[in-house]
Structures are given as C-alpha cells and as structure tokens.
Design a protein around this ligand. Structure first.
Ligand code: SAH
Length: 511
C-alpha cells in the first residue's frame, strides 16, 4: 500500500481557463500523470506542468475514445506504479462524468483517492449566457437531465414528470435530441411558447447562444448552427435580459502567449480581465549560467578603482528586466558589494522604460534610457553619450544578437560582451499539434510574441510548417522581423509595450 500512488478525480470546469478552481490548479501542479478527455480546452490543458505525462482518452478525428474499462485500467496501472495521478474531467466529475464508475474501480483495488469538485457546465454555461437557473417567483428549482439516448439506457426520460415541474429544465448531452426533447415536453402539456435556450461551447471563445421557445428550438439551433457540446434549457428564465459576456471587449478572442512562464502571469491576467481566452504556451525559458568565471573576472576589472583621469567611464548596459534580475542575483552569488559599482564614473544604460523600472527597484536610476524600447535606439544613444576611452559592458543573454555590438564597433567604442543568463527553448511539445489544429481552424486570433527568441522557440516547437497561417502579434521591429522571416502574418504593436499589444487586439487590427 505504502508504495501505491493516489488518484485525484478533478473537475476542470466548463471550458474557460479562468474557471479552473484553485484546488484543481494546485493538484495539477503536483501531478505525475494527467489523464484527460475530449471536452477539456487548451486554455486549461496548457496549465498542466510540462514534466507531467499526459494521457488522452477522448475521441480524436477518426479514432474512438478509450472505453471506460480501458480508462479504469490506465488509472489503476499508473496508481500502482506509485504515481500521483490526476483524472481530469470536464465540468464536475460527478455530473454525468462517469466519475463514480472510476472510483468504484479504485476503491475495489484500495487505491487512495481524492475528489476535487469542478464548476459544472449545467449551471455555468447558462450563467455565461446570462441565464439564471433559479429566480425567485419564476424558477423555484432546477433539474439537470441527460438528453443522451444511449442504447443501454434502461429508463427512458420521464417527460411526463418533467413537464409538471415549474423549475428550469437543463439538458446535458442533448444537442442531438433537441427535437425529441421539445416534442415530448409539448406533448406532455408544456406550452409551445415556453422560453427555451441552447448554448454551445459555453465559456469559451466559440460560445454561441440561441434564445427561443419550445416550438422553435430545433429550428433555431439549426439556424444558429448550435453544435455539440451544448446545454439545452427550458423555462421562464431563458431570456436575453442578463446577457453580459458580449460586453467584454476580448470575449471572442483566443490568443497564445509565448512569453516565459514566470513573466507571463501579469500579462495573461490583463488579457483575461478583458475577456480573452489565453493559451499559455511559453516557448522560452531563461536559466542561470552554470559557469560564472567570466562574470567574476569582468566584475573584478569593473570594480577596480579607476579614478585616473585618462580612463573614461565604465558603462553597465542591461537590456531587459530579466537581465537586471540575473545581474543582481549574480552580484549576490559572487558576494559583490553594491558600493563598488557606485561612483561618478560608473554609468548605467538600459534598453527601455521597463528595464529602467526594474533597475530602479534596486535603487539605481539609469543614465541612458531610450524613449522607445529598441536595441538600435540604445546603440544610437551610446554612440552619442559614450567616449572613445570609455569601456562598455553588455550584460546580456548568451543568445543576444549582434546589432548593438555592430553599432558600438562602428562608433569606435570599446565594449565587452558578458553573458549573464542563457535562453533555452522549452515549449511543451505535447500541445504543438493541438495548437496547430486550432490555428488551422481559425480559432486563434493572435500568437503573441514578446521577443524574437519567443518566435524562434515557437517555430522550433511546431517543426516544419507553413507558418503563413500564423497571426503573429509582435512587440517590436526585431520580433516582427523574426516572425516575417517565417512568413507569418505579422502585426506590430504601436508601442513596444505589452499594454500596446493588448490595445492592438482591442482594435481588432491583428490580421
Ligand atoms: N461533467 C460535465 C458534463 C459531462 S457530460 C459537467 O459537469 O459539465 C457532457 C455534456 O456537458 C455535453 O454534451 C454538454 O451538454 C455539456 N457541456 C460540457 N461543457 C460544455 C460547454 N462548454 N458548453 C456547453 N455544454 C457543455
């Protein structure tokens, strides 16, 4: 028993990445294995840690989904290997999720388990369409019913009893049975004009609603092209009165954020606040340098007193907030006292206001800040501000490009390139294919690139493709140039700032 793993039966919510519960997120973060099925959206799947093993048991084009018995078997095998297993299900695991069947199997084999409730689509999808499942005086109850007429179904749906209820009737798995449902409810005495609604792909980019009546529901579902998965609701609460989701400016936008994971969350939050659906697909990661000898040697030289008049200024150049962070953590690691860096002759130059702000966090106000975030602009300013007897130290990523160096060389300035971190490509290849599918189906409005290296990482993750279908929203010229080199459909934000990228999306100017 001791060596056995454990299974968490987890509800993933109805689709939106924001509707995954905090508990579900925490459990996913610790998972060794995640077993998931078809309804789970990429905005949720991409929250699964890269190192976890993912097992898909749903339907995929041309393939059947795994049988319940096969799924039970997989759960059991993984748990017996001692793994922390997450069984991830759409909505809530016990609402038509066959969660109980899986638990029976685990219990029979004494595998320990926990249950993590999820937000069920039965209520939340209607909520996203502005339909309250209860309403005082109008709908005193709600009833969740399966509309799926499975061949094994032992009991047919008791329409007679349902038609007597004055609460809201909510049918899951009912898209194919809309005709049957409405005809039977009418036959059993419900009024033809009873309000009814159907909502497909609720809480996702593809959410579509039709508000109708029992009589017209089937016709309206066809007319509006309501596809499965859909929730069908019948009752007085089905009105347009509380429609709210369309008020969010980015609700119908789905974007891929390729930024490094630990810097992405603020950006993702801003996008989500405006209603966007965000697939987080970090394509790069920065890691500390293993060998810091070169850094130490440079710092020895840099921190020697240089008061002689013949020696000019020493420039410390930092080109990104990440660079600032690594620079100071290296100083700590090497026990370098900050006072050694502070003298009249030590100058700080940064690439833009974001880097300047990061530096200010350490109590240092940069001497040179280009107005626009750009390596070229920084090069131009250094050409103006630095002298021939100055020495310029470029503390940057090992992957940094040569543009700045070339400009300094042209101006006859002496410089030294000092790597302080490495950028590695880290995309979770598990999602490359599903993301590409979404791109092909026009379900992604923008892939957001916040540096040229994120473009490189994305291309590496996708492999050989025709990238001309990729709507690339790029932060600056250099990033755009990189994306263009793969023939992506490039849009550049007006300013080189994350907020400006969001503005671009708001203006719907991404091609
Ligand atoms: N356990 C899930 C339901 C599983 S049954 C839950 O609690 O939500 C699958 C059915 O759920 C689908 O046929 C559809 O009726 C409904 N459903 C799930 N997600 C949905 C969504 N995003 N939009 C509309 N219906 C959805």
């Amino acid at each position: 028993m001791e060596d056995n793993g454990k299974v968490w039966l987890v509800g993933a919510g109805p689709g939106s990445g924001e509707l995954l519960t905090a508990k579900a997120q925490a459990v996913l973060e610790k998972a060794d294995v995640v077993i998931y099925d078809a309804l789970i959206q990429l905005e949720i799947l991409t929250k699964i840690p890269t190192q976890a093993k993912k097992i898909y048991v749903g339907k995929r084009a041309g393939h059947h989904s795994a049988s319940q018995q096969q799924i039970n078997e997989i759960l059991l095998q993984e748990a017996l290997k001692g793994k922390q297993v997450v069984r991830l299900k759409g909505g809530d695991p016990f609402v038509f999720g066959r969660g109980a069947e899986e638990l029976e199997c685990l219990a029979a084999h004494q595998i320990p388990f926990e249950i993590v409730p999820g937000i069920t689509s039965a209520i939340a999808v209607l909520e996203y369409a502005g339909i309250p499942v209860t309403h005082r005086g109008i709908a005193p109850s709600f009833h969740v019913i399966t509309g799926h007429r499975s061949e094994e179904a032992k009991q047919p749906i008791n329409y007679d009893a349902l038609a007597q209820l004055d609460g809201t009737l909510i049918f899951l798995m009912g898209r194919a049975a809309v005709k049957e449902i409405s005809e039977n409810l009418i036959k059993e005495g419900m009024h033809l004009d009873t309000p009814a609604a159907a909502v497909s792909f609720g809480t996702t980019k593809r959410q579509k609603t039709t508000i109708s009546t029992l009589k017209n529901l089937e016709f309206d579902c066809e007319r509006m092209n309501i596809q499965t998965p859909a929730i069908i609701a019948v009752g007085q609460v089905c009105t347009q009165k509380f429609e709210w989701i369309n008020q969010l400016p980015l609700f119908q936008k789905q974007v891929v954020v390729t930024r490094e994971k630990r810097y992405a969350s603020g950006f993702v939050k801003k996008l989500e606040e405006k209603g966007a659906h965000v697939i987080t697909f970090p394509t790069i990661e920065t890691v500390p340098l293993k060998d810091t000898t070169a850094f130490r040697q440079t710092m020895n030289r840099l921190t020697e007193p240089n008061e002689k008049a013949s020696i000019g200024n020493q420039w410390i150049v930092l080109t990104s907030p990440t660079g600032v962070e690594y620079f100071f953590s290296l100083l700590r690691k090497e026990n370098i006292d900050l006072r050694k860096l502070l003298s009249e002759k030590k100058k700080f130059a940064v690439c833009g206001s974001g880097t300047a702000a990061a530096l200010e966090q350490h109590g240092i106000y940069a001497d040179v800040i280009p107005e626009r975030f750009s390596g070229k602009e920084l090069g131009r300013m250094l050409q103006k501000e630095a002298n021939k007897n100055d020495r310029i130290y470029l503390f940057r990523s090992a992957l940094a490009d040569e543009e700045l160096q070339i400009m300094l060389r042209e101006a006859g300035l002496s410089y030294e390139e000092v790597s302080i971190y490495e950028t590695v490509f880290c995309a979770d290849s598990e999602w490359s294919e599903p993301i590409w599918d979404q791109l092909e189906q026009n379900q992604i409005d923008a892939v957001m690139f916040t540096s040229a290296s994120t473009v490189k990482g994305f291309v590496k993750a996708m492999g050989e493709r025709d990238f001309s279908i990729v709507p690339a929203l790029c932060i600056g010229k250099k990033t755009a140039l990189e994306a263009s080199s793969y023939h992506m459909r490039v849009t550049i934000s007006k300013q080189a700032a994350l907020d400006s990228m969001i503005d671009q999306l708001l203006e719907s100017e991404v091609r």
